[in-house]
Design a protein around this ligand. Structure first.
Ligand code: 4AD
Ligand code: MG
Length: 456
């Protein structure tokens, strides 16, 4: 069907021209002589007003109904009110009618309700805005790295190694377990890959392989975690941006992470003004100002040991008491970001026991060169570290964790053949989208969220 995108029509030089547009009716009203339709085709946040002169045209009454799909031809004229344009209809054709059971009605649209109709909720203003911001942010991520000589690599989704070692891998198998097998080993030997396999929790291990050839790489793909935590910030399937940089130590990668986040925020503010105005008004008051402050100031950097000191001194009763060596809970992270710093904070140098095997061991023998980026309202959005580049030290960390070394031979080899200091991080894409839109539940920035007990 030849037609013009509403985004082009509203921006471009179409005044006086004859055009065809297609879309869904968002609202309508009529008097004795004239009818108005507000049409959205999803190419932009704004809608196009269609004006129907009822003395000349009598379209199918179904065209006036909320949710109906229509195709309209007419002349672009200056809007009666305001600065924009509207369309004086010559023909209005019904494409698909929409009965009154259509669940997207003005009155019932809470986010909780919309979560029950993931196939229809995208036609609301909120989801229109969320997914355009998500798309613009994804484009900006590719642009950011592309402009800086990073090679975009696609790491495998099916893997035999568990990057984070947290036992949160989904298994990949083609056969049910059968009691006839004497052991788990025998069972896996007979499976598709001849060994145990799962869905990757992170592309980092393979990303490091690529960084040892191209210096700077990034991945942007799905990661899978069989997390039982049913929270507003965990999914079983999320999108993960993972740059890996050779010849970079912890302070270097912190600089890169901060620069990238600021670049992405700027891109979203510049490219999605209507959407960001909407979020500022309806999702989080002061959102735009918050983001401008983030872009225009330095993030805080705080040693884990100092963070523990601050938390112990805090005049707050935490559900989880704080001691050096403990993992920071959401309540602790929120205290640091929302109460103490009121801006993004890099917490650095965590105790080695609570972090992954691959992180560079600090000279103190107790901590590793890792950092999490915590942001107000959400908590951790980036997990980051310098990697252990020393073969012997890495090997001993893996042995201490009783890891199956045979699955990591290639990873260890990197430390034998021209090993270099290198660092990388993982940004949870959905958490970033939550942060810039003010949306509070990760299920509302994901097309079809997968979480424990939920695969709609
Ligand atoms: O901190 P994580 O586990 O770090 C890694 O996976 C490293 N291998 C990354 C790297 O250095 N290349 O995860 C990184 C980020 C988290 O900070 C969070 O934003 C996001 O991934 N994330 C999740 N997002 C949604 N649902 C989940 N279940 C998530 N788990 C992690
Ligand atoms: Mg983490």
């Amino acid at each position: 069907m030849k037609h013009t995108d509403i985004a082009d029509l509203l921006k471009g030089d179409f005044l006086g021209k004859q055009v065809t547009v297609c879309g869904w009716v968002r609202t309508s009203r009529e008097s004795a002589s004239v009818a108005f339709l507000e049409l959205s085709d999803g190419t932009c946040f704004a809608r196009l007003q269609i004006v129907i002169d009822k003395t000349k045209l009598s379209p199918d009454p179904e065209c006036m109904k909320n949710g109906a799909s229509v195709c309209v031809t007419g002349a672009v004229v200056k809007a009666f009110k305001g600065e924009g344009v509207e369309l004086n209809a010559d023909t209005v054709a019904l494409l698909g009618k929409c009965p009154p059971e259509y669940p997207i009605q003005k009155k019932r649209t809470t986010l909780e309700f919309l979560r029950t109709i993931p196939h229809l909720r995208l036609r609301t203003n909120t989801f229109n805005a969320v997914f355009r911001v998500r798309s613009v942010a994804a484009q900006a991520i590719h642009r950011y790295f592309h402009e800086r000589h990073y090679v975009y690599v696609n790491t495998p989704i099916i893997t035999a190694s568990d990057c984070e070692g947290a036992g949160e891998m989904f298994r990949v198998t083609t056969q049910p377990f059968n009691a006839a097998y004497a052991s788990e080993e025998a069972y896996f030997k007979n499976d598709f890959f001849g060994q145990k396999a799962g869905l990757s929790v992170s592309g980092q291990l393979e990303g490091e392989v690529a960084a040892m050839a191209f210096s700077k790489i990034y991945t942007f793909g799905p990661s899978f975690r069989a997390e039982k935590s049913n929270t507003t910030r965990h999914l079983a399937e999320f999108w993960h941006i993972e740059p890996e940089v050779a010849f970079a130590e912890l302070p270097d990668i912190i600089e890169i992470a901060q620069d990238m986040i600021k670049y992405l925020i700027r891109a979203v503010l510049d490219e999605c003004p209507d959407e960001m105005d909407f979020f500022d008004k309806f999702m989080e008051k002061g959102l735009k100002e918050k983001l401008l402050n983030v872009v225009n100031s330095d993030f805080a950097v705080l040693d884990y040991t100092d963070a523990v000191g601050l938390l112990k001194k805090a005049d707050v009763k935490f559900a989880y008491p704080v001691e050096w060596g403990c993992d920071l809970q959401t309540e602790h992270e929120k205290y640091l970001t929302d109460v103490v710093f009121k801006k993004p904070v890099f917490v650095t140098n965590y105790p080695k026991e609570i972090k992954s095997f691959y992180m560079k061991q600090n000279p103190d023998g107790k901590t590793v060169a890792a950092t999490d980026l915590l942001v107000p309202g959400i908590g951790e959005i980036i997990g980051c570290s310098e990697r252990e580049a020393d073969y012997e030290k890495l090997l001993s960390a893996m042995k201490a964790r009783k890891m199956d070394l045979s699955a990591y031979k290639q990873y260890l080899d990197l430390r034998l053949f021209g090993s270099v200091p290198h660092s990388g991080f993982g940004l949870g894409f959905e958490r970033f989208v939550m942060y810039v839109t003010g949306v509070e539940n990760i299920r509302d920035v994901t097309l079809f969220p997968r979480a424990v007990g939920n695969i709609m």
